[in-house]
Design a protein around this ligand. Structure first.
Ligand SMILES: [Zn+2]
Length: 648
């Protein structure tokens, strides 16, 4: 435990749990609890509850639970120490560390030294860009050719690595950093004649973690920057692989690839890195989406265009780690690039790895041959904004691309496109409306009869759902998940997977109506009606409820009308979940009128009498039966009056 118990206690006291969780999901007060949609699983009705006094959260759907530290660990992808530091900064508490010893302490000190060195390097490069004469060409490239604002360049700490072999190495040594630290931070390489700077005569882009600590750099040469002008954009993308620079002292010219990244280090992992993560984080959480572009300059341009939730992938093929990181920021990601087939396949694979949680992928398509930075530089900011606003879900994008690519003259190619599109649609739970629209598009584009397409879709569906129900995965639906999150998935998820993956909308059988819907409806109406609802519950009795579930909820509501969720929690997750659904339905309804409530009560009473009349007639004494029949007459008459008064 690196922090003293006393300072952890002070932190726990200072935390406002509702404010903390409220940044991730909208919460509404229900008695002593706050409820909202679960940030950890995909749901439409809330089953997530926060206990503000004890500062705990619990999801009745997926079982996620814990305290504030756990919440930050999970939602911000931080380890315990980082989560505690995050909370301390957020709620203004000063932490005290325990005196530590041993290897873990030394490891932590080394990490801190590397962070410090990288931080100084970023400042050094940044100062060089704005102050040194030799950075003139870099400034011209960024400000005039790419038309980036100084404000955005400074915000992202864009810099310039001078054209020299050991400028940074010398400066860092002068500040007491060792050669080992310089290599471990990825800032220098070992050559025959000693250590030399890794980045030379390049524009530098610091790549940070979500807390804004510099992990490494991306760096671009200025070769060709002059001649190509603003049109250089389409080729201006971070490469998939960073090459190595030519050996030291071989030549004064900064040879090597156009883009050079930091090597893999203790801190920098390219598979996880996202440029602009720290700058985009808060905006993404507010906007509910992350915009993902390919290049560093694209990211800067979109921030400049008023889309601060933008970050850059390190290349087109997003990795599972990157997608999981993005999923922690927002429920939706808009990819502003044309993924090639390899990129799409990688995305599907990443989705499979990440599991079946909640990142909705959309694709924004730009005019051919343009990247976002070109358009912003040309003043066509609106074009980019519109493309983002009208981004298509991944499935729709994939299908329309398949159809557009199918050679109109080649019947075989068109058949193949049809089969592939049907496979995509069948393996996705897109819902009836989207499915219909996709099928319409397919029929139109390939001139196929709808009846054949629907029949073929059902066949494809059965084939996919057959021996390996999840073989098709949910990936092309545009949903990918939070890594590892699905491991603890509860009943809810398993059930949803089994039933919706089967694509119920394609089959002819609608779900059976709930025979006890009236019982649930009465509880919802009572809760929505406030005091008169409480009175209606008092007049009702337990035997009106044939379903044990709703009878239990009725009991709970009678004893804890003002704090229904807190009281239901004691009965376990299933009861608590049902209660949150009732509460949610009541809130959605607003106040219901008393006449309706009265009618529902009469209907329940009528059903109860009818149940007794039809149940085991031999045991029913004639006078008892007569009594029940009389009761039924009275209830029917009362209902008639109620309904009459309502229609009048
Ligand atoms: Zn949940």
């Amino acid at each position: 435990m690196p922090f003293t118990r006393a300072s952890l206690d002070r932190l726990r006291d200072a935390i406002d749990m509702v404010a903390l969780v409220g940044e991730r999901t909208e919460l509404r007060r229900v008695g002593s609890r706050w409820m909202g949609l679960c940030p950890f699983h995909d749901e439409r009705t809330p089953s997530f509850s926060v206990n503000a006094e004890e500062k705990l959260y619990y999801c009745f759907g997926c079982g996620a639970s814990g305290d504030a530290i756990r919440f930050v660990e999970e939602t911000e992808a931080l380890d315990f120490v980082a989560a505690v530091e995050h909370l301390a900064a957020r709620f203004g508490v000063e932490l005290e560390r325990e005196r530590g010893t041993g290897a873990s302490d030394r490891g932590e000190r080394r990490r801190q030294r590397l962070f410090e060195l990288l931080e100084r390097a970023a400042s050094y490069y940044q100062r060089a860009l704005w102050e040194s004469a030799e950075a003139e060409r870099a400034r011209r490239y960024l400000l005039r050719e790419r038309r980036l604002d100084e404000r955005v360049l400074r915000e992202f700490r864009v810099g310039f690595a001078p054209d020299a072999w050991d400028r940074l190495v010398t400066a860092a040594r002068g500040q007491g950093f060792s050669d080992d630290e310089l290599t471990a931070a990825g800032l220098a390489s070992q050559g025959k004649r000693g250590l030399y700077d890794r980045f030379r005569a390049r524009v530098t882009f610091p790549i940070c973690d979500r807390r804004g600590r510099v992990l490494g750099f991306g760096a671009r040469t200025l070769d060709g920057a002059d001649s190509a002008g603003t049109g250089a954009g389409s080729g201006d993308r971070a490469p998939q692989r960073a090459g190595e620079p030519a050996g030291p002292f071989a030549s004064r010219s900064p040879a090597g690839p156009k883009y050079l990244n930091s090597p893999e280090t203790e801190l920098f992992r390219k598979r996880r890195a996202l440029f602009g993560l720290d700058r985009a984080r808060a905006a993404a959480s507010r906007a509910g989406r992350v915009i993902v572009v390919e290049g560093y300059v694209d990211a800067l341009a979109l921030h400049q265009a008023g889309l601060p939730e933008t970050l850059a992938a390190m290349g087109t093929a997003l990795t599972g780690e990157q997608l999981a990181e993005i999923a922690r920021l927002a429920p939706r990601a808009v990819l502003v690039f044309d993924p090639d087939p390899a990129g799409l396949a990688a995305m599907s694979r990443a989705g499979e790895i990440a599991g079946a949680a909640s990142l909705e992928l959309r694709i924004a398509v730009l005019p051919a041959g343009k990247d976002p930075a070109d358009l912003v530089a040309e003043g066509a900011t609106k074009v980019v904004q519109n493309a983002v606003a009208s981004a298509k879900p991944l499935l729709e994008y994939q299908v329309s691309r398949l159809l557009a690519d199918a050679d109109a003259e080649d019947p075989d190619a068109r058949d193949r496109a049809a089969e592939e599109a049907l496979r995509l649609i069948a393996s996705t739970d897109a819902g009836p409306h989207r499915t219909r629209r996709l099928v319409d598009e397919l029929c139109d584009q390939l001139e196929l009869p709808p009846a054949w397409v629907w029949a073929r879709l059902r066949e494809t569906h059965r084939a996919l759902a057959g021996p390996r129900p999840t073989a098709a995965g949910g990936t092309s639906s545009g949903r990918v998940g939070r890594a590892a999150r699905s491991a603890g998935a509860g009943v809810d998820r398993a059930g949803a997977g089994a039933s919706t993956r089967g694509g119920a909308h394609l089959g002819p059988t609608p779900p059976a109506p709930d025979p006890h819907a009236a019982e649930r409806e009465f509880l919802v109406a009572a809760l929505a009606a406030g005091d008169s609802g409480r009175a209606a519950l008092e007049r009702a009795s337990r035997d009106l409820f044939a379903s044990p579930l709703w009878r239990r909820l009725f009991d709970l509501l009678r004893s804890g009308f003002d704090d229904p969720i807190a009281i239901a929690e004691r009965d376990g997750a299933a009861i608590a979940k049902a209660m949150t659904e009732v509460v949610h339905a009541a809130q959605a309804r607003g106040r219901s009128d008393e006449a309706l409530l009265e009618t529902q009560l009469l209907q329940l009473q009528l059903r109860a009498v009818e149940r007794r009349l039809t149940a085991a007639p031999p045991r029913l004494a004639p006078e008892e039966r007569a009594q029940l029949v009389r009761e039924r007459q009275e209830l029917l008459a009362a209902l008639d009056r109620m309904l009459g008064s309502r229609t009048r």
